[in-house]
Design a protein around this ligand. Structure first.
Ligand SMILES: [Zn+2]
Length: 154
């Protein structure tokens, strides 16, 4: 039993679980707001045109009442939620791309030749000015970063 609690504690203390819990709580609260907006504001306005409370609209069909008003209310609810989530994801992706672009611009494209101190291409293995052979230890890492950033910005 102690092992069980220990495993549960490890599971609960993981960062992703806490993130998920926050997401679920905020999502739930947000859904309540959208629900309220649709049932209390949008549905009555549509109801003005239908000349009755839109939410309560129903049609008798072979003895059973089809509550299409409530269904359409739920449907509008869903459309608004989907649209807002789409906007949020678009915003987050935009912010991420801006961040990546900054990193790409900060990545150096030139270096100083240690022999003649002139600016040369970062990938150069031989200085074009003094023809000295240069050491290239971390050059491959830099080029990979730049290539990745270019693919993202496209
Ligand atoms: Zn040089």
């Amino acid at each position: 039993m102690r092992k069980f609690f220990h495993e549960f504690k490890e599971f609960a203390m993981r960062g992703s679980v806490i993130d998920l819990a926050v997401g679920v709580i905020i999502g739930g609260a947000f859904q309540k707001i959208v629900n309220s907006l649709v049932t209390n504001v949008i549905s009555p306005i549509i109801g003005l045109f239908a000349k009755s409370n839109f939410d309560n609209l129903s049609a008798d069909f072979m003895g059973v009442s089809v509550k299409y008003g409530a269904f359409i209310t739920e449907f509008i609810n869903f459309i608004i939620m989907a649209f807002v989530i789409f906007l949020m994801i678009k915003l987050l992706n935009g912010l991420r791309n801006i961040h990546r672009k900054d990193e790409a611009e900060e990545a150096p494209t030139t270096k100083k030749c240690p022999f003649c101190m002139s600016e040369i291409n970062i990938n150069a293995t031989r200085c074009p000015h003094c023809t000295s052979i240069l050491e290239t230890e971390d050059n491959t890492e830099h080029t990979e970063d730049i290539e990745d950033a270019e693919i993202v910005s496209e």
